[in-house]
Design a binder for this molecule. Sequence first.
Ligand code: BGC
Length: 252
Amino acid sequence: MNVFGIDIGGSGIKGAPVDTESGELVRERVRIKTPKPATPEAIVGTAVEVVREAGWEGPVGCGFPAVVKDGVVQTAANIDKAAIGFGLREALERVLDSPVSVVNDADAAGLAEMRWGAGREQDGVVLMLTLGTGIGTSLFVGGRLVPNTEFGHIEVRGKDAEHRAADSARKRDDLSWKEYAGRLDEYLHRVEFLLWPDLIVIGGGISKKSEKFFPHLTARTKVVPAEMHNDAGIAGAALAGIPEKAAVKTAE
Ligand code: BGC
């Protein structure tokens, strides 16, 4: 079954139809710049443009960079505060006239990694981190997602962890890879102390450069780079569009 996956990010809104068996994008993705200001209404307008430009009609799954419960946005750490309380699912369904699911962006990426990427067949407790503008987290227990975890916001040295250890902090503070790895390592020790996962998957654009910072990491948990890279957000969002598939069972 094909579902159209949309990944809403700070700089771009991307989408493509996804084969939810293989996780492959069946057509080239469409990317349109995130509108500025990124009000919820403007985001809906651009997301709809992505779907229309791709010529898609049918079910849609959408990843959004905030806590999302029952299609309603609950938080706004790195996005326009007007999004809080916005019924994103309903707004998209109204315009597209198709069933839509909306999930947290890191949860979408985690679903894809667990099914087709670095976490496949992995039982136990798996934590996926997406390092980008913020730190997104998705937590899996026996292959099942615990939705909307926000471990990017635990406090480290009196600051929101994502402020110190997201990829945007590396760029903002002009850190060397070793310096950045030090900050990330401190964060990983904190989360492993709180959660004791069996595996940590590091995603986000930075995961393509894992050889630059992985050698400096000292966490006791096995840490691996994500395998799906750019496509994880889109593929996982599509997967979330089919409820029975989103329940990734590894031990089948
Ligand atoms: C948000 C999360 C989101 C993450 C990555 C954080 O600031 O609180 O909901 O998953 O950024 O976009």
